[in-house]
Unconditional design. Structure first.
Length: 224
């Protein structure tokens, strides 16, 4: 009894499925296929398109002519009225010089004493003689400096030569403050010139130059 019930249920389900399939086929067979809709022709009209009108280019306005520049009317300078010049003075005639009367000198008589004669002026100092003594002493000073020259051995070996102008003070045959005024361009020769000023034996100055601070400028020669 238990095996029979599943078989009947299966058969019943199969019949139901077949019935559904048959009804579906009948429905599909009864419906006619839909015809396609035919659209009616639409009339077409040709329209000639009017070409667009060309754009009118606006021409620029011509520039306005420049306005004439009015030149300023020159103003004539007003001339100041000239004052009349005074007449030139007449040339003055030279007046004659007044005549001077000669001085009246009293002639010495027995009653008047004669005037004393003026004393003679003192003799002028002998300036030329002093200048000569100074020049003579300056020459002796230059000779003393040149005699004290010691030629540097290095300059002698290189055959260097030169001339140096030096200035120094001399007071009672003692030299000092020596310096080079015009250099020779060779340092060893310039130093030798200053050394010759210090090593020189100067003569005694004249009596009127003793105790005076004298300044001399001399040339010192280095010749080979």
């Amino acid at each position: 009894m238990s095996n029979r019930f599943p078989t009947q249920a299966f058969l019943l389900a199969l019949l139901v499925e077949l019935a559904l399939a048959a009804s579906a086929a009948w429905v599909l067979a009864g419906t006619a296929p839909a015809r396609p809709a035919i659209s009616e022709p639409v009339p077409l009209t040709l329209v000639n398109e009017t070409p667009p009108a060309p754009e009118q280019k606006t021409l620029p306005k011509p520039p306005e002519p420049p306005k004439p520049v009015q030149k300023p009317t020159p103003v004539k300078p007003k001339l100041a009225p000239q004052k009349p010049q005074p007449p030139a003075p007449a040339p003055q005639q030279p007046q004659p010089a007044p005549q001077t009367e000669p001085a009246h000198t009293d002639t010495p008589t027995a009653f008047t004493e004669p005037a004393q004669a003026a004393a003679p002026p003192p003799p002028a100092p002998n300036v030329s003689g002093k200048a000569d003594r100074n020049a003579e002493y300056a020459a002796k000073v230059r000779a003393a400096v040149q005699a004290a020259v010691v030629y540097p051995p290095a300059a002698a070996s290189l055959h260097f030569a030169g001339r140096v102008r030096v200035e120094f003070h001399l007071r009672d045959s003692v030299a000092g403050q020596a310096r080079v005024l015009i250099a020779s361009g060779i340092g060893m020769i310039d130093r030798a010139a200053l050394q010759s000023v210090q090593n020189a034996h100067y003569p005694e100055p004249p009596a009127d130059l003793q105790g005076s601070d004298l300044v001399y400028q001399v040339w010192v020669d280095f010749l080979r």
